[in-house]
Design a protein around this ligand. Structure first.
Ligand code: SF4
Ligand code: SF4
Ligand code: FES
Length: 249
């Protein structure tokens, strides 16, 4: 069944902009990115939008649909209120380059601030076997497609540009948690999580978890355990010392 959908797209650049309203043909089963492509093909060839895989795997097509951070390629038109206009806006937490394309370099900066995995010295390949439990834990975090929807939705930076320098955001606090939980990592992650990467700003609202297209339980499985580890260390330094000694064995 073909029908006419009304879509309102934010058009503009870093100097300003506003909404443009279009009537676009839609077919049953289509996703919002299909309509954006049809709009580009028929009415707005200069509309800027970022996408690559159209399969929910590259993390490029992040935007806000009816005010909620989502992937354009994974949001079915049938999942939106029927007969109502669909509003598409760029990610609010990052500066607009043009139309739906934002400058997400904040995330690359935060990624570079986290020291990489620090293996124990002298451990040869094959000398250590990870338990399946440890493997499963990090595999959940490694499903991340770096779409930055969690970074966009987190209230700590969404409306507070001033917090960006002191807060890594859920995606990168999750990376720190992953490394801190790794049985062989020797770096001191917990002190930096609190003092450099802003773990204390997170008040576990779970908004990041709610928008994650990979279903990663960011708050429950990464942020809360990391907070608990930091608290354990603060109130019982022997806990931290013991974990380090165990790791190096
Ligand atoms: S749980 Fe923490 S990191 Fe996630 S959205 Fe809430 S404040 Fe931000
Ligand atoms: S954790 Fe989820 S929401 Fe955040 S960047 Fe990764 S895939 Fe996207
Ligand atoms: S185009 Fe790759 S996730 Fe949407």
């Amino acid at each position: 069944m073909t029908y006419q959908a009304e879509i309102r797209v934010w058009r503009g650049d870093m100097t300003g902009g506003g909404f443009a309203t279009y009537q676009v043909e839609a077919d049953e089963g289509e996703v919002v990115l299909d309509l954006v492509h049809r709009l580009q093909a028929t009415q707005a060839p200069d509309l800027a939008v970022r996408w690559n895989c159209k399969a929910g795997k590259c993390g490029s097509c992040s935007a806000e649909i009816n005010g909620r951070p989502r992937l354009l390629c994974m949001t079915r038109m049938s999942a939106l209120p029927p007969g109502e206009p669909v509003t598409i806006t760029p990610l609010r937490a990052f500066p607009v380059i043009r139309d739906l394309v934002t400058d997400v370099s904040f995330n690359y900066t935060k990624a570079r601030e986290i020291p990489s995995f620090a293996a124990p010295q002298g451990l040869a390949p094959g000398e250590y076997r990870m338990s399946q439990e440890d493997v499963n834990r990090s595999q959940e975090f490694r499903k991340c497609i770096e779409c930055y929807l969690c970074q966009d939705t987190c209230h700590v930076v969404r409306d507070h540009e001033e917090n960006k320098s002191a807060f890594a955001g859920p995606r990168y606090l999750m990376r720190i948690a992953e490394l801190d939980m790794h049985p062989l990592d020797t770096a001191d992650r917990q002190k930096a999580a609190q003092e450099v990467h802003g773990l204390g700003y997170c008040n576990i609202t779970k908004c990041c978890t709610d928008v994650c297209p990979e279903g990663i339980r960011i708050t429950d499985n990464a942020l809360i355990p990391l907070k608990e580890r930091v608290a354990d260390r603060k109130y019982d330094p022997l806990v931290w010392l013991g974990s380090k000694i165990t790791r190096r064995r």
